[in-house]
Every structure is written in structure tokens, then in C-alpha cells.
Write a protein that binds this ligand. Structure first.
Ligand code: SF4
Length: 274
């Protein structure tokens, strides 16, 4: 079998900032003796990534000596801007400007955020560099244990980890052997804190536990719901999910749960130690 990580034509490696796509990049570097000139690595920042993700992208770039092009959507011409670790948005600015442009919120059916903030932003950047590029050419970090996602990709050369049979166990073992890692918990191969912090595609219990863990996370999402309520022509455009409580409701519920217990209650001493 030929090496699925060998690059023989212009390829954009879409780096999500997660462990899987970082591992794919590492395999590309190994198979090609570094990043070949016909390849480019792009990371599209939504502004709602955890700081640890931004740090990880930068670490991969520095430690593996590979240029990563940091991009952000902007509602202007050109429709992207180049940033770097130090200047990347951290308050959801690209995402908010997209919501203001559309006047409504993305939802599980109309996921325009991933299309606009990531796929099209990278596409427009590559076109500006003179690439003959279309949005379905990029290599993406998808594993062999993600068959449902992989089935949607017609061109299997775009998912070399699937071709190579790489599973979440392989990716986890790789990162355990490295001198650095993504500073976010790995729960059975799933990075609950990855991507946009309270992405509406995450499970409801997961979103709620992320809010309970750090209530400030809900502030931006609740603010966007309020913004969309003011902007959207239909009430359906003012919620990320119509089948769940709003982010402000979840934040309130998490706060009420905390209030069930007295934060100043002293622990009862015992002999077990700590
Ligand atoms: S992680 Fe979720 S909220 Fe963020 S761009 Fe992707 S689909 Fe949209």
C-alpha cells in the first residue's frame, strides 16, 4: 500500500487544533521529511477556542518547525485576516461578526458557522494565494473509528488517518509519548473542551457540565442569543437549539444547583488524612 501521508500535489492540511489533526500533521512531516513546498497548514480560529487549543497549535508549530497559517473570518474584503498566537481573537469576535452579518444563529441543521468560519475562510485565503482550490480538497483529521463521518468523504485520500487505520487509541498513545500535549482532558479519546467551548453540537449534558465547571463560559453564548433575538426576523433564528434550554437558562440552572450547598460549610474532620 502506498503511504497515505505522502504528498504529491498541492494539499491544504486543515488543522483543527485537536490531537487527531495534530497527529495527522506529524505523520505528514514524517512521511515527507518535513512539510513539502506544495503543502500548507491552516488553522481557522473562531475566537471561541480554549486558550489551551491556541497554545497547542503554537506548540506544534514551534516544536515541529512547521509554519501554520492562522486565519480568522472577517466581514470585510478580504473575508479573512491572518493572525498569530499573540493576536488571535479570544472573545468570539470572528463568530460574533458572522452572526451580525447573518442576523441569526447557526443551529444543528444550518451549521453555517463551521462552513463560514473554517472551511470558506481557509478557501478564500488559499484563493488569495493563487491556489486552484475547492472546499472539498483539504486533508482533515478523521480517524478509522469515525466511520460515520468518514463515510461522508468521497475522496478517501483526504482522510489519510482512516486509510492508515489510525484509531483514537493510537492517537492517545502517541500523545502520551510526546514531550508536550494539548492541555485539555482526554476522556476516552474525546476532548470535551475542544473546538468552540460550548458548541451547540456537543451533547446537552456535556454543555451543562462545561457551564457548571466554569460559568463564565455561558456568557458569550447567552449574549449571542440576546443579540440574535434583537436581530433575527424569526424567533427560531435566536436560538442555537430549539430542543434545549437557552444558554442563559442553563447558566441560571447551574448557578441554582451550586446554591443548593453552602460554600462556607466546613468539612468534618476525620482521621483519614488527605
Ligand atoms: S465548533 Fe461548533 S460552534 Fe464552533 S464553528 Fe464548529 S459547529 Fe460552529
Amino acid at each position: 500500500m502506498s503511504d497515505p501521508f505522502k504528498i504529491t500535489e498541492p494539499i491544504c492540511i486543515s488543522f483543527s487544533g485537536g490531537r487527531t489533526s495534530a497527529y495527522m500533521l506529524w505523520r505528514v512531516l514524517q512521511s515527507n521529511g518535513g512539510l513539502p513546498p506544495e503543502a500548507i497548514v491552516c488553522f481557522a480560529n473562531t475566537g471561541k477556542e480554549d486558550e489551551a487549543t491556541l497554545r497547542f497549535v503554537q506548540d506544534c508549530s514551534e516544536r515541529w518547525d512547521v509554519e501554520i497559517h492562522w486565519l480568522e473570518f472577517q466581514d470585510a474584503d478580504p473575508a479573512f485576516r491572518r493572525v498569530m498566537f499573540e493576536t488571535a481573537s479570544r472573545e468570539g469576535e470572528p463568530f460574533e461578526s458572522l452572526i451580525r452579518k447573518r442576523n441569526y444563529l447557526p443551529n444543528p441543521v444550518t451549521r453555517f458557522c463551521t462552513a463560514e468560519l473554517k472551511i470558506r475562510t481557509i478557501h478564500k485565503y488559499l484563493k488569495s494565494l493563487g491556489w486552484d482550490h475547492n472546499e472539498t480538497m483539504d486533508w482533515v483529521g478523521m480517524r478509522a473509528d469515525e466511520q460515520r463521518r468518514a463515510a461522508k468523504i468521497a475522496d478517501k485520500s483526504r482522510i489519510p488517518l482512516v486509510t492508515a487505520g489510525i484509531t483514537k487509541e493510537d492517537v492517545g498513545a502517541f500523545w502520551r509519548s510526546q514531550p508536550f500535549d494539548l492541555g485539555l482532558p482526554n476522556m476516552n479519546g474525546v476532548t470535551m473542551h475542544g473546538n468552540c467551548d460550548l458548541c451547540f453540537l456537543k451533547g446537552g449534558a456535556q454543555v451543562f457540565s462545561l457551564i457548571a465547571e466554569k460559568p463564565e463560559r455561558a456568557v458569550w453564548w447567552a449574549k449571542m442569543e440576546a443579540l440574535a433575538l434583537a436581530l433575527a426576523s424569526k424567533p427560531s433564528g435566536a436560538v442555537f437549539r430549539s430542543d434545549r434550554p437557552s444558554y442563559s437558562s442553563m447558566a441560571q440552572f447551574a448557578a441554582d444547583q451550586r446554591d443548593m450547598f453552602d460554600p462556607d460549610e466546613e468539612a468534618i474532620a476525620c482521621f483519614c488524612g488527605d
